[in-house]
Design a protein. Structure first.
Length: 765
């Protein structure tokens, strides 16, 4: 049949197939049920469920969500889940049944979560995006995305629900960890790398998956930092900031996009025709697939209350430009009858089906719907990918403080007490959207430090001290005893995005895991876990304060998914490392930094406030935002772009090739960066632009470029940036990009508050 002829153009194949389809088959292509419910895994055998078979025979299934996903939400555990080989075999069984038992033999689109690694058992767990952003290493992140695509496609996954391109404005939001940071330019650079890495040179390659950009749009600006809350944002800011990373990713060729749960100015993103049809498809020319987030259509009738019932919600969504529904409940229940009753035009249904089929053809699913189980076993969790996870974790760790050169630690400097609830709990360093892990796969901070002192295990003392949450001080005495015996104390504290993986809880006296029969969750971050403050949960601060009284050198390591505002620690700790959730190799990476085997090069991509009452503190606020409160100024504790090193870098000779250009012109900005210390290290050189006077108000500074450079002691490197219309433009009064003549300041330096500057004058063209 023509649609099976790979020599024919994709549009021709799509139209032929569409013309053969019944109404039920069309609607079936737009639904995405939960994939883990399609099979049963028992005694090593994979058996497809009767419900799945009936749905295939009754009109078909367009896609499945999370066939390979494993976590407490799915109920898939290490014991009941699928190994890499079994996962590929399960996908093959699903595809074979769908192809051989449906009238037209259309393959199923397998969609998987891959925010920081494929969310399947055995896959490599990389650092969370907030840590990945802190690397400021776009090329290394692109390499990670290639690895994630390789592992996912090896098991049969063909589309991923990443990257997350939300701009963080209120870090109380639990999903802060899933984002790259607070700056649209940096997020845009990571977005392009993500699309290029995940999708490769062609979508039908064996190492490529379709990228789904999310959450479109404004999701990181919810009211009060509450998940999916209303967004109050003007059109100019939306165009200039939140839409920028999405536009960059669409220009890079992203194949899919997911609207956000939230509303903007009263209109839910799921039915926002101005965004989905006007901006996305009309202005940007996006021709890919649009899929909802889970339950988003139902939310229109039960949450936003802009639809009378489920059918009304489904009709509104598909008319606005939605092509597929994750979970598939509303589309599956209502679309066929809506067309038959005349409530929905069949051409609207056809439009959505056409986009879904196009993606399947582009992915090569009609030619090769099956995975290679042997390849899945070989590729997934490979040594190469594990080392990449370690390198990303190293580069994402930010040194916030190092008073008196306490760090790096000496390998022969006495005993080290490793204390805190995150010192030896593997799940606490992995972040949300993570599959179950065997204990041996995750290296904790305690494990990493023990590895450094392998020949003298008696030099490493350990006590958890307390839990992340709760007010139990039962472990304080043991922790204090450990600290008293040590020469240096490393406190590993922070947060947890670990859901209940059945690991029980920690014995605060021995540090051993124990099963209590009572669920005791330490989760204080992650999706749906928003907070009122940014301090440490539970009695962690109290534990640190008690140990500080012993007078020992105190190193604090934060493992967490959002900024921590603890003024006492900032003032009293000798050294502070911000590690975010560093993934399965996090313990090794942190130990590499602590002992100086690796020089820290991470830089903040979110501003860290002194107090939650300062929020918002994101750096790109307007000049008119005010300078202080009664109690303190409005500056963050640690500004955007900040991070220390074990060496020192100096900046000099900032120059512009031309200090006056016309509105369409460009100039080269050069600066000399020198390593004036005695250790090799990497520096992140940051370029900011300030518009001195403009027709509408502008931020004080905006990031417009960065370079990560590695320098030997005494080495100088000249770093160059191009500045032209792309760096100088903004959204003007008519909501169109404009470069206004006038004076600009070009800033280059270590962070947003530590730069050298030069003036640039822009003339009329």
């Amino acid at each position: 049949m023509l649609y099976k002829d790979r020599s024919k153009p994709v549009p021709e194949r799509v139209e032929h197939l569409l013309g053969l389809m019944t109404l039920e088959e069309k609607a079936g292509q737009l639904v995405q049920p939960f994939g883990w419910q399609t099979y049963e895994h028992k005694d090593g055998e994979i058996k497809l469920t009767d419900a799945f078979k009936e749905q295939v025979q009754g009109g078909g299934i367009g896609s499945l969500y999370g066939v390979l996903r494993a976590d407490p939400w799915t109920g898939v555990t290490l014991e009941t889940g699928l190994s890499p080989r079994e996962g590929a075999e399960a996908v093959n069984a699903i595809q074979r049944y769908a192809i051989e038992n449906s009238r037209l033999g259309i393959p199923i689109l397998i969609g998987e979560e891959c925010s920081h690694g494929h969310m399947a058992i055995g896959a490599t767990v990389f650092p969370v995006p907030l840590s990945l952003g802190s690397t400021w290493n776009v090329e290394l992140y692109r390499e990670m995305c290639r690895a994630v695509a390789r592992e996912t496609r090896a098991q049969g996954g063909a589309v991923t629900y990443s990257p997350v391109l939300d701009v963080v404005r209120d870090p109380r939001w639990g999903r802060t960890e899933e984002c790259f940071g607070e700056d649209a330019y940096l997020i845009g650079e990571m977005a392009v790398a993500s699309v290029e890495g995940l999708q490769g040179e062609r979508l039908d390659g064996e190492d490529s998956v379709a990228a789904t950009l999310k959450h479109f749009v404004g999701y990181g600006s919810s009211e009060g930092g509450r998940n999916a809350g209303p967004v109050h944002m003007g059109r100019r800011e939306l165009l200039e900031v939140d839409l920028l990373p999405f536009r960059k990713a669409v220009e890079a060729g992203a194949a899919s996009i997911m609207p956000a749960y939230n509303e903007i100015d009263g209109v839910p993103c799921t039915t926002n025709e101005e965004l989905l049809d006007g901006v996305l498809r009309g202005e940007w020319g996006f021709d890919g697939m649009v899929i909802t987030d889970c339950g988003a259509i139902d939310m229109l009738a039960s949450g936003h209350d802009v639809a009378e019932d489920g059918r009304d919600a489904a009709i509104q969504a598909i008319r606005a430009g939605i092509d597929m529904e994750m979970s598939g409940v509303m589309f599956g229940k209502h679309l066929v009858e809506a067309v038959r009753s005349g409530q929905l035009e069949e051409e609207v249904l056809d439009r959505a089906v056409r986009r879904v089929l196009t993606l399947k053809f582009r992915l090569g699913l009609f030619e090769q719907p099956y995975a290679d189980p042997a390849r899945a076993e070989r590729v997934i969790g490979s040594t190469e990918h594990v080392e990449l996870a370690r390198q990303l974790a190293r580069e994402g760790i930010v040194l916030l403080k190092n008073e008196g050169g306490v760090l790096p630690l000496s390998a022969d400097a006495g005993k080290i007490a490793v204390i805190g609830p995150n010192a030896d709990v593997g799940y606490n360093q992995l972040g949300d959207y993570t599959s179950p892990q065997p204990r041996s796969k995750v290296t904790t901070v305690l494990g990493g430090i023990r590895g450094k002192l392998d020949g003298t295990p008696e030099r490493v003392l350990y006590a958890p001290g307390c839990r992340i949450n709760g007010d139990s001080r039962e472990g304080f005495d043991v922790a204090l005893s450990c600290a008293e015996q040590a020469d240096t104390v490393v406190m590993v504290v922070g947060g947890s995005s670990a859901r209940d993986f059945g690991e029980g809880t920690i014995d605060l006296r021995t540090g051993a895991s124990k099963v209590t029969g009572n669920a005791e969750s330490d989760m204080d971050c992650g999706e749906g876990i928003d907070r009122m403050n940014l301090g440490l949960s539970g009695v962690q601060l109290e534990l640190i304060q008690e140990i500080h009284k012993l007078g020992k050198p105190l190193v604090v390591v934060y493992i967490n998914g959002r900024p921590i505002a603890e003024p006492w620690i900032d003032e009293h700790a000798d050294a502070i490392l911000e590690a975010w959730y560093p993934g399965q190799e996090g313990g090794h990476a942190i130990a590499d930094i602590l002992f100086g085997d690796v020089n820290p090069s991470g830089r903040l991509t979110v501003s860290v406030p002194k107090h939650v009452g300062q929020l918002p503190v994101y750096y790109h606020g307007k000049r008119s935002r005010g300078k202080r409160y009664l109690e303190d100024d409005s500056q963050p504790r640690y500004p955007f772009g900040y991070g220390l090193s074990y060496t020192e870098f100096s900046y000099g000779n900032l120059s512009l090739e031309a200090d006056a250009i016309d509105v369409n012109g460009t100039t080269k900005v050069s600066i000399d960066v020198t390593n004036v210390g005695d250790r090799a290290g990497a520096e992140v050189v940051q370029l900011y632009i300030a518009d001195v006077a403009s027709a509408v108000t502008r931020p004080a500074k905006e990031l417009k470029g960065f370079r990560k450079v590695f320098l030997q002691p005494g080495e100088t490197q000249t770093v160059e940036f191009q500045v032209g219309p792309e760096q100088l433009q903004y959204i003007g009064r008519n909501y169109e990009p404009v470069v206004e003549p006038g004076e600009f300041r070009v800033h280059v330096g270590k962070n947003v508050n530590d730069t050298l500057s030069a003036n640039l004058f822009v003339r009329e063209g």
